[in-house]
Design a protein. Structure first.
Length: 262
């Protein structure tokens, strides 16, 4: 039964994507996936109808459900009836409010996961956030995990975009494994979307309230402010990846800066 449900979810979600043809942004990596997704959705919502997958809906069951626009019904028979009903309605009728952009966090928990997920939802933009040994789980070694994460960019074609962390050499090396245009982010001097000049903002009570920093891209430099950021560099990386996504989608640095202020 589980296999049948998985096949049905894949079939319906691919039919929906073929009909509506949204731009799909796939995000993977050891850490930072959810933060990048949330910030990217916030920024892109200023220009597009955009939806990100709910928390935990990042595997072969959850991803198709997010494409259909449902959360998991677990073991509820009527819940699954609603899922199939909504999927069929999307396929046989046109929903004018269906998202123009889907921002999908994709989980790599076993070898081959990303190939299966990108087969369900081929991406226009593929993002790899980080590669750390703190989340190896099934893969055991960084080399095996790196080979899996590489699938996010290797499935892209020349009309697509790969967004890679320039500060991590193993991720930057993936630029040689894709036909897509590569856009890098980080603090590295060669990063295309580059952060610099970090300053912490403190409140009257001495609590850290956020971070100021500068973003450089294509000759332009714009100041940015992240309210609530606490960890200096660690908090900036998700925003850098999300900014790179937004730039690729046609937004300008000044527009992005205004959204991030909130």
């Amino acid at each position: 039964m589980r296999t049948l449900v998985k096949k049905l979810l894949k079939f319906f979600s691919r039919c929906i994507l073929k009909k509506y043809q949204p731009d799909i942004i796939g995000i993977t990596g050891s850490v930072g996936k959810t933060s990048v997704k949330d910030i990217a959705v916030k920024i892109l919502s200023s220009k597009f109808r955009v939806v990100g997958n709910p928390e935990g809906h990042n595997n072969q069951f959850g991803l198709p459900l997010a494409i259909i626009g449902c959360t998991t019904p677990s073991r509820s028979f009527w819940g699954w009836c609603k899922v199939w009903g909504k999927a069929l309605k999307l396929i046989f009728k046109r929903d004018k409010n269906y998202p123009e952009v889907l921002v999908l966090e994709m989980l790599a928990s076993r070898s081959g996961d990303l190939e299966k997920l990108t087969n369900i939802a081929p991406c226009k933009i593929g993002v790899v956030t980080s590669l750390t040994d703190g989340y190896l789980d099934y893969f055991k070694t960084l080399k095996k995990l790196s080979q899996e994460l590489r699938s996010m960019v290797s499935h892209l074609d020349k009309n697509n975009y790969a967004i890679l962390n320039r500060d991590e050499e193993d991720i930057f090396a993936m630029s040689k494994k894709t036909d897509a245009d590569v856009i890098t982010f980080g603090f590295h001097p060669e990063a295309e979307v580059r952060a610099s000049d970090l300053l912490e903002k403190f409140g009257d009570n001495g609590e850290k309230e956020g971070l100021y920093f500068k973003i450089s891209y294509a000759g332009s430099v714009v100041p940015m402010y992240l309210a609530g950021a606490k960890k200096r560099k660690a908090d900036v990386y998700p925003s850098l990846a999300a900014i790179a996504i937004a730039l690729t989608m046609g937004l300008h640095l000044v527009e992005i800066s205004e959204v991030l202020k909130s």
